[in-house]
Write a protein that binds this ligand. Structure first.
Ligand code: FMN
Length: 419
């Protein structure tokens, strides 16, 4: 018996919106909004992926509150950023594409050097990358953050986004609630996986109440975060099941890894230690040289590296679509995702390397990606995020280390800030 798989390049619905195809540009923090406002540079960056054939691009990431920032210059979802966001979504729609806003609160990944306040997580902790203390969030602050997600989603609707992507991954605030290692609360937000899932479920519910059926709601969730005793599949499948039963999400994007330690678990491939060391100042430079590989971890790259974990979620989802991520760079990978029961694929580094990869794959199914997973794009987040192998590309060949903005970011950002 032959199984028919969906055509990845045919239009498809995502909740209330229709995407022209099933290829999503994954969130890769852009560094193109130095004042926290949309720039022409940011618009051009996203237009490249849409002109290059992706069905939807993702703006990464947009803070729900100033305390939720993980890097300087991130866009805060507010009345102030609204006109620029409207310009961005208009430009994308004029090219026939769709656009999603990744909404996040960095929690313990936030840094006091950026936000001016002590970061917060489910329980007190010291972020091993930044060595900064993070305090336990108070009960009333949990309610406040849920409201902030709702307000940010309202801005996304006003700005004309087609979707919001709730960042429930990488040990940012919502994700850290899911971790038995980071969440040691004794109230009804800690303990059992049902309790640890309460915060993300309440955020999803509040966002859905706010957006109704005007736009799609996606959540990016860590299947496992690579930390011993932390999030693993048994728990994350249950969280996904609860979110599915709630029916507040249109899709779940499955990710892995943590932004507080062993970040390479999320990326796999080469560990760009010397490149990181080159863009940071002393004493961090020496620290990165000596301990960078230990802190970032080292995990070999493999095509479709998240598939083994992600396929565990397919039979569990009754109502919510699934987005496969991780090492997807050619037609064979996309078709494998479709065959395995995923509804969409998301691509990060492959599209940073070649923004027109989706078009080229559509035209010629034998096209292979030029991305070699050197991960040198990781350290470009200190300037304007881009692939370092595009000399003619207007995204910039190398980070401009003389730019005060780049230096400022390099001084302020811990290694944790990629994703
Ligand atoms: C330079 C860079 C920046 C990233 N920034 C974000 C981010 O802001 N938010 C996020 O959820 N993931 C972020 N990611 C992770 C990607 O969305 C994606 O999960 C990861 O790159 C794996 O997909 P890939 O194998 O297609 O690259 C980033 C990745 C890279 C390479």
């Amino acid at each position: 018996m032959t199984t028919t798989i969906p055509d990845p390049f045919a239009p498809v619905t995502l909740g209330p919106v229709t995407l022209r195809n099933r290829i999503i540009k994954a969130a890769t923090s852009e560094g193109r909004s130095p004042k926290g406002l949309v720039t022409d540079d940011l618009i051009d960056f996203h237009l490249d992926f849409i002109r290059g054939g992706a069905g939807m691009t993702t703006v990464a990431y947009c803070c729900v509150s100033p305390e939720g920032a993980s890097a300087p210059g991130q866009i805060l979802m507010s009345e102030k950023s609204l006109p620029g966001l409207q310009r961005l979504t208009d430009a994308i729609h004029a090219e026939g594409g769709a656009i999603s806003a990744q909404l996040g609160h960095a929690g313990m990944v936030a840094s006091k050097k950026i936000t001016g306040v002590t970061s917060m997580g489910p329980s007190k902790f010291v972020n091993p990358s930044s060595m900064e203390y993070c305090r336990a969030i108070r009960r009333e602050e949990i309610t406040m953050v849920i409201e902030q997600f709702g307000a940010a989603a309202r801005i996304a609707v006003q700005a004309g986004f087609d979707a919001v992507e709730l960042h429930f991954g990488h040990n940012y605030l919502p994700s850290s609630f899911l971790s038995p290692l980071l969440n040691r609360r004794k109230d009804d937000y800690g303990g059992s996986i049902e309790n640890r899932s309460r915060f993300v479920r309440e955020i999803a519910q509040r966002v859905r109440e706010e957006v109704g059926d005007k736009i799609a709601v996606i959540a990016k969730i860590s299947m496992d975060d690579g930390l011993p005793g932390s999030i693993w599949l048994n728990d994350s499948i249950r969280t996904a099941q609860l979110l599915d039963e709630d029916r507040n999400l249109d899709a779940i994007e499955l990710t892995q890894g943590s932004s507080i330690i062993r970040q390479m678990y999320l990326f796999r491939g080469d560990v760009p230690v010397s490149d990181f060391a080159a863009v940071v100042k002393e004493p961090m430079k020496t620290g990165v040289r000596l301990f960078g590989k230990l802190a970032l971890g080292s995990f070999p790259y493999k095509d479709l590296y998240m598939l083994d974990a992600a396929r565990q979620f397919v039979p569990v989802m009754k109502h919510t679509k699934l987005i496969l991520l991780g090492g997807i760079t050619n037609r064979g990978h996309i078709d494998t995702g479709m065959r395995e029961g995923f509804d969409f694929v998301a691509m990060g580094r492959g599209l940073l390397r070649e923004p027109d990869l989706a078009n080229r794959i559509r035209e010629d199914s034998t096209v292979t990606s030029r991305c070699i997973h050197c991960n040198k794009c990781m350290y470009t987040v200190y300037g304007r995020t881009h692939c370092v192998m595009e000399p003619d590309d207007h995204h910039g060949a190398v980070p401009d280390r003389n730019s005060p903005y780049a230096v400022d970011r390099a001084r302020l950002l811990p290694l944790s800030s990629v994703g």
